[in-house]
Ligand binder design. Structure first.
Ligand SMILES: [Zn+2]
Length: 88
């Protein structure tokens, strides 16, 4: 039983780390998309698809990707709060 919980704990830590890596990459792509000039090719921070920046505020390939990006950032905050709260 104790081993089960230890393993579960390790798996959760790995997930949080993997998620942090993914979100770091997404944030970098977001910053690049933000700085890119209109008409240049950017990468959607969420799905990585190459898209042409057609308007000043365009940063995502779709509204779905935009929503997903912000949801993931929020999830990360929640995951970190849980991880820190569970640490002894
Ligand atoms: Zn996308």
């Amino acid at each position: 039983m104790l081993n089960y919980y230890t393993d579960l704990d390790n798996d959760l830590s790995a997930d949080v780390e993997a998620m942090e890596d993914a979100i770091t990459t997404m944030k970098r792509l977001y910053a690049l998309a933000e700085e890119a000039k209109i008409g240049s090719t950017i990468r959607c921070p969420t799905c990585g698809r190459a898209i042409v920046k057609t308007t000043y505020h365009k940063k995502f390939s779709s509204t779905k990707c935009k929503d997903r990006y912000w949801n993931l950032v929020d999830d990360k905050r929640r995951a970190r709060a849980i991880a820190m709260g569970g640490r002894k």
